[in-house]
Write a protein that binds this ligand. Structure first.
Ligand code: ZN
Length: 342
């Protein structure tokens, strides 16, 4: 009965227009996090620019506004869970992670509020805001010219994001950016600029005060089912993946690892179990989008199942490392060449 009720509830939840779900920041788990962030702003000496917070479809600050959109699915744990299942990747869940995103978005608020992009020094350091915004950017992992804050080498996406990430590092409590970036002069110059600019703006009223929201949750007439439709991307798989899987795992009934007599377990189950962690970590270190990794991992799991691949139960760690390295190698190809096939 309880189960029936749950699925009945879920069915209704997914087909209800999002605006009718009654989602707010107030009274939810987000409220104390927003309060905590406001205290951080005070401690950072940001007094004249007070951002507005609202629920939207994703993290973001619309151009020429000082309002921070927070993904609506973070307001309720059941919606976060649904997002993880349908989309596969959640941007911030723990309070610490959500604060990281808020600091990044606050960078945009400062940039737009004070029109920093018009400052010639800003343009020299970060680039022109008119630079095209390329969704499929190709980051150089560990580049010394950028700070590192959000996963996926996000500062390398666009001058806007470079600034927002720099600002976020600058405002993170407890981060000693002067010593942390002492060996990276280009990134340090950006942080120093941010530091000087923030002391200068300390007592200055912002030029822009509009807090017009974009895709505010109370305006979303579509349902969660509609929201999560079409989030999959089509990809071309490299030929020869079967061989890679066979190199990592064993054929059922043909033990290769003679050092282990442990029972053999299906490789496909292990691959599926690693899906979520691979999505997050491969994105963090390569910039390869989690939704693409998910498709790749599911494809590998299907192939491993078809090929009856197994591994010794006491060799899970080496199997995990091998699979992770394979997925990372393919992801790096995609990041640098735009496809898994070079
Ligand atoms: Zn951003």
């Amino acid at each position: 009965m309880a189960l029936e009720m749950a699925s009945f509830h879920e069915k209704n939840l997914a087909s209800t227009p999002i605006r009718d779900l009654g989602l707010t920041i107030e009274g939810t788990r987000l409220e104390p996090i927003v309060d905590e962030f406001k205290k951080e702003l005070e401690r950072a000496g940001i007094q004249r620019l007070r951002p507005r917070f609202y629920l939207s479809t994703e993290w973001g600050v619309a151009f020429d506004t000082v309002a921070i959109g927070i993904p609506f699915y973070l307001a309720r744990p059941d919606l976060t869970q649904l997002h993880a299942e349908r989309h596969g990747h959640v941007e911030g869940f723990s309070p610490g992670d959500i604060l990281r995103y808020m600091r990044h978005e606050m960078g945009h608020v400062i940039e737009y509020g004070y029109r920093l992009y018009d400052d010639s020094e800003w343009v020299n350091l970060f680039g022109s805001i008119t630079q095209p915004y390329v969704e499929e950017f190709r980051p150089a992992p560990f580049s010394r010219r950028y700070v590192r804050h959000l996963p996926g080498w996000y500062a390398q996406k666009h001058p806007d994001e470079d600034w927002a990430e720099t600002f976020a590092v600058w405002m993170t409590p407890g981060v000693d950016w002067k010593s942390e970036y002492a060996d990276r002069p280009a990134a340090l110059a950006k942080l120093n600029y941010c530091d000087r600019t923030m002391s200068r703006l300390h007592e200055t009223d912002p030029l822009v005060t509009s807090s017009e929201p974009d895709e505010e949750v109370s305006q979303l007439s579509y349902s969660l089912d509609q929201f999560y439709r079409d989030t999959t991307v089509e990809d071309e798989y490299p030929v020869g993946l079967d061989g890679a899987l066979k190199a990592i795992f064993e054929d059922l009934g043909v033990p290769e690892d003679t050092t282990s007599t442990a029972p053999r377990l299906p490789a496909s189950a292990l691959i599926r179990r690693l899906e979520r962690a691979l999505m997050a970590n491969v994105y963090r270190w390569t910039g390869h989008f989690p939704e693409r990794t998910r498709i790749l991992v599911r494809h590998l799991a299907e192939r491993a199942e078809k090929l009856n691949q197994v591994y010794p139960a006491d060799r899970e760690v080496p199997a995990t490392v091998a699979l992770t390295t394979l997925v990372t190698g393919l992801a790096m190809n995609h990041v640098h060449r735009g496809s898994y096939l070079p």
